[in-house]
Design a protein. Structure first.
Length: 353
């Protein structure tokens, strides 16, 4: 079949990537979606089991740090567009091993940019390099204000520094070589298929197993939560409609202090598991704070809402309940990803303090 576009989605076996791949494969049968992923601890093809036999979907196992392999993928699949999500994504891991974040997030991104520049050469028209980034590049807010697209970058963790660096490279390739790029910076995502090292799935898993809930510091840090499927929808809209060279913030206007969110989650879990009211809250255990812990993130997504008509579809409490239901139903998925490597990570992260 002659496909209208052949889109390379990097990191498609991860949390957000798998939702983006699913949305595009199902919604655009006239596009071929090539999921390029190294399958690190966070990449899991079980996230895309339902697409295995789709005629417009293909998986290729490639490490984006390997420049030659990236170039080969461009040639083999005749890539017309890129949606780049592959990254080391967990802040705590970036504190333990910053270099890995530089390799994947910076060098890996530059390898993709070089391949796009080389392969698309003088035929940049109609192509798109979409770089998926984070609100963490903007740093930390006090009690007031929101991140806008024009907010100066001020990253604090090795993770956010590596993402900021990759954003700068993407813009530099646009300004220097005319590479047709767009960037979006999104707030915290939650939903199905999220690796249980991140706050919400980790705490669901721990509550279910009556394990301690390790709250960093006093639990007063604020995050702005967005349902992952709303992020995928925003990526779809930006991919198709944004002007080349533009940046969009994506967020849910949904700020929660960690401790308040955790208490709501405990209440939902008590109800779902038939436990006495307040039982799960007793698992809360205040632990040493994350180093360089950003106090507050809040995204102003009015540009996206105004220009491209996107808005979040789900209220947080509804989304959180749906998410809890998903993890409680998909116990096999959760057990598979919490075995092996993750167990070692967990012991190091929470018992050596
Ligand atoms: P994730 O950790 O769940 O998935 C990352 C994916 O990238 C995995 O499938 C992994 O195997 C793959 N990968 C890692 N290193 C690779 C390499 N060297 N070569 C090829 N593939 C590699 O991450 P996520 O939470 O889905 O985040 C996806 C993207 O969205 C990241 O770029 C992240 O910075 C960004 N983002 C995430 C959030 C969030 O809340 N999770 C919010 C805003 C932006
Ligand atoms: O803002 C977007 C970012 O959101 C993404 O770019 C990152 O990839 C993603 O991991 C996420 O970063 P956070 O550091 O905000 O997410 P995390 O789930 O790790 O933590 C959320 C908050 O909860 C944060 O304030 C730290 C706190 N926390 C986290 C863990 C894992 C705890 O208190 N205890 C924990 O065990």
């Amino acid at each position: 079949m002659d496909f209208q576009k052949r889109i390379l989605v990097t990191g498609g076996a991860g949390f957000i990537g798998s939702h983006v791949v699913r949305l595009f494969v199902n919604k655009y049968p006239h596009y071929k979606i090539i999921n390029l992923d190294k399958l690190t601890y966070a990449g899991n093809l079980a996230n895309l089991k339902d697409l295995e036999n789709s005629p417009n979907y293909e998986f290729t196992k490639v490490d984006i740090v390997d420049a030659e392999a990236v170039q080969e993928a461009f040639e083999k699949f005749q890539i017309t567009d890129v949606i780049h999500l592959a990254a080391e994504s967990h802040v705590d891991r970036s504190i333990t091993n910053p270099t890995e974040f530089v390799m994947t997030n910076v060098i890996g991104t530059v390898n993709l940019l070089n391949s796009a520049k080389f392969y698309w050469k003088d035929a940049m028209e109609g192509k798109r390099f979409y770089h998926v980034s984070t609100d963490e590049v903007y740093g930390s807010l006090g009690n007031e204000g929101m991140f806008e697209e024009t907010t100066a970058y001020d990253p604090h963790s090795p993770y956010s520094a590596s993402k900021a660096s990759s954003d700068h490279f993407v813009r530099a390739y646009h300004d220097t070589f005319g590479l047709p790029m767009v960037i979006s910076n999104c707030s915290n995502n939650y939903g199905s298929f999220q690796f249980p090292e991140k706050l919400i799935p980790l705490f669901i898993h721990n509550i279910q197993n009556k394990k301690a809930l390790p709250v960093y510091g006093k639990g007063e840090n604020v995050r702005d939560w967005l349902w992952v499927e709303d992020h995928a929808r925003a990526i779809d809209v930006i991919f198709h409609q944004a002007k080349t060279g533009s940046t969009y913030n994506i967020g849910g206007h949904n700020e929660w202090k960690n401790i308040d969110l955790i208490k709501v989650l405990c209440k939902i879990m008590d109800k779902k598991l038939g436990r006495a009211a307040g039982e799960s809250e007793e698992l809360i255990s205040y632990v040493k704070d994350r180093a360089g812990h950003d106090l507050r993130y809040a995204i102003d997504s009015s540009k996206l809402q105004r220009d491209l008509g996107w808005k979040p579809s789900l209220q947080f409490e509804e989304g959180l309940e749906k998410t809890v239901d998903w993890y409680l139903t998909n116990t096999e998925w959760l057990n598979n990803v919490t075995s092996g490597d993750y167990k070692k990570y967990y012991e190091n992260q929470y018992t050596k303090r």
